[in-house]
Design a protein around this ligand. Structure first.
Ligand code: PMT
Length: 396
């Protein structure tokens, strides 16, 4: 479960930091790529040299490297990670995380992390039982963080009670169970369309649109991470994906996309039609460049392209689900609900060009999901990856 996963191991300054060395070893042994971020006081307990040797990466502790001035981007780290584990998490680090006190690299990385965060507290029993620590831990839980409860036993003070950091083997098991539970689409086949279509006029011109493919690729990556086998039929885009389990089929025109979708959909459990497909194509392709001097102002006759979502809606069988998108500029809700019914979809995802940061080209989107049983679920403006997660969480 941990093979190939990017994990940030955050270490704060407590005696249990010695256990972080075993945790690091176990994570690396399980195939994870681990980046250690340590607080200044963490370094009093365990040396970066040991951690760097075991992780195979320089340990990050300060905002920049003193001699070269190289800046360590907590934002990039936060985006890179599949999970962040803070073990040990001292009372002080827990308080800073709960209240956003960004005074060291570990806390800024935590505040920038997009991935799930696992916190393994370690402290003396009285600190653990203090109302402020309890309140901070409740706050961290309310933000969606996972608390790996400390065990009871003998503490550094030789007192007996709750506060011992959970054993590294147990933390690794906790993470593995978490990633296993994320595989809720394992064995499912999913068809996704993304990007624009280009409808050729002549060898140098086409009818197209502004779709970048970002929304469709984000959905494909989310679905693949959750264990599905993805067929991604993609129009011409400049983005790529490195996530395994995604078979990208590149097409150019709506007709090519239609053909590939008709081939793939019968073997799929789910289809998500995110591509912005040109509704019309030139009736004729001119095989030499149209010249303004010679040909004057051309009249381009258009013909209708196939409606891919509607044709999949017609062949959809029991047990298959089909999801469409609606990109609207006005009468958003009625247009979206009309498409949901007309194309025999199970859900339609509305995004409107009236909303700043939504639709074509942006890294963010703002959606409302409509279901065939009358459901209406609005979401706020989020990154396209977070939107992809909301869509999949909702439809499954
Ligand atoms: O690629 P990005 O830059 O990230 O932008 C994302 C997006 C705005 C393209 C995406 O979120 C989106 O809204 N995609 C659908 C755009 C669209 O074509 O909407 P529509 O309302 O015209 O089409 C309705 C549905 O029918 C869509 O699921 C569409 O894929 C499908 N359709 C449309 C026309 C057609 N001939 N065949 C179809 O299958």
């Amino acid at each position: 479960m941990l093979k190939g996963k990017h994990i940030i191991l955050g270490i704060s300054g407590g005696i249990a930091a010695y256990k972080s060395v075993s945790l690091l070893r176990l994570l690396v042994k399980a195939g994870a790529e681990v980046q250690v971020v340590i607080t200044p006081s963490g370094k009093e307990f365990i040396t970066p040299v040991t951690l760097s040797a075991l992780s195979g990466k320089p340990v990050v502790s300060e905002f920049f490297t003193a001699n070269s001035g190289e800046w360590h981007s907590h934002v990039d780290l936060g985006l890179w990670a599949d999970a962040m584990v803070i073990a040990p998490a001292t009372a002080s680090s827990i308080a800073k995380m709960a209240n956003g006190v960004a005074d060291n690299m570990l806390i800024t990385t935590y505040l920038s992390a997009k991935a799930p965060v696992f916190i393994a507290p370690a402290m003396d029993l009285d600190m653990m039982a203090h109302p402020s620590t309890k309140r901070n831990i409740e706050l961290l839980k309310s933000y969606g963080n996972h608390i790996i409860e400390p065990a009871e036993g003998e503490l550094a003070s030789h007192l007996i009670g709750k506060g011992r950091m959970e054993e590294p083997e147990e933390i690794v098991k906790y993470l593995s169970r978490f990633f296993a539970s994320q595989q809720d689409l394992k064995g499912q086949n999913v068809l996704i369309t993304a990007g624009p279509t280009y409808e050729k006029i002549d060898p140098v011109r086409f009818i197209g649109n502004y779709s970048s493919g970002k929304m469709g690729y984000a959905i494909a990556e989310e679905v693949a991470r959750r264990g599905a086998n993805v067929t991604l039929v993609s129009g011409p885009v400049s983005i790529t994906t490195k996530v395994p389990n995604i078979n990208v089929i590149k097409v150019e025109s709506a007709r090519e996309m239609h053909e590939q979708c008709l081939k793939a959909f019968p073997n799929c459990n789910l289809g998500i039609m995110c591509a912005a497909i040109a509704d019309y194509a030139p009736a004729e392709y001119v095989d030499a460049k149209i010249k303004r001097e010679k040909d004057g102002i051309p009249v381009i006759k258009l013909i209708k392209n196939p409606d891919i979502a509607a044709s999949l809606g017609q062949i959809k069988k029991d047990g298959q689900k089909l999801i469409g998108f609606a990109l609207e500029t006005n009468n958003e809700e009625s247009n979206a609900v009309d498409k949901l019914k007309r194309k025999n979809l199970d859900y339609i995802i509305l995004n409107s060009l009236q909303d700043d940061g939504a639709g074509f080209g942006t890294d963010t989107n703002k959606i409302t999901i409509y279901g065939k049983n009358g459901e209406k679920i609005p979401f706020g403006l989020k990154t396209k990856s977070a939107v992809a997660k909301d869509i999949i969480d909702t439809i499954i």
